[in-house]
Design a protein around this ligand. Structure first.
Ligand code: S3P
Length: 182
């Protein structure tokens, strides 16, 4: 498939800037942008936090998998999609990310940076705990290898501004140098 016809999927922990950066990457590429959490909330008719707390995580993950499958249907218009941080937890989703033909970009941030950004967040069910930094460290430990397993590119979000990150991503996509993950 030619790169111009391929979509872009952003993956990474909550708070890495997938939506903010994704929206700007989409503008730069002249593509549409979708946030898969927003699609899920539209479908649920309520917030993810409410659904998650009432129905539990497995029910949320089922919906997340089916939305991922819809958003990566072969033949659909190439978009930029920001995914939820837990998208890589299910093998079925990782398989989809590896094989759907879209370019997958892992936005990596340290747990400390994420904690600084998400200190006051009340929307993410997994972070409503006494020690959110410890939770972010656990999530990082489990998920960082899974993000790397499916990503074509890893972009460190540490210091650069959003504009610089968007430039780096646009350049990586143009170079398209990395082979798809095995
Ligand atoms: C989750 C991350 C959230 C959302 C849900 C679960 C997770 O998305 O999908 O609260 O498991 O990390 P963001 O990464 O956009 O915050």
């Amino acid at each position: 498939m030619r790169d111009a016809q391929r979509g872009v999927l952003l993956i990474g922990l909550p708070g890495t800037g997938k939506s903010t950066i994704g929206r700007q990457v989409a503008r730069r590429l002249g593509r549409g942008f979708l946030d898969s959490d927003v699609v899920i909330e539209q479908r649920l008719g309520e917030s993810i936090r409410e659904f998650f707390e009432r129905e539990g995580e497995p029910a949320f993950r089922d919906i997340e998998s089916s939305v991922l499958e819809e958003l990566t249907q072969p033949g659909s218009a190439p978009m930029v999609v920001a995914t939820g941080g837990g998208i890589v937890l299910r093998e079925r989703n990782r398989e989809r990310l590896r094989t759907c033909g879209e370019r997958v970009i892992y936005l990596r941030s340290s747990p400390q940076d994420l904690h600084r950004r998400l200190r006051h967040d009340t929307t993410r069910p997994l972070l409503q705990v006494a020690d959110p930094l410890a939770r972010l460290r656990e999530l990082y430990e489990v998920r960082d290898p899974l993000y790397r397993e499916v990503a074509h590119f890893v972009i460190d979000t540490g210091r650069p501004s959003v504009a610089a990150l968007v430039n780096m991503i646009a350049m990586q996509l143009e170079l398209g140098a990395a082979p798809p993950p095995a």
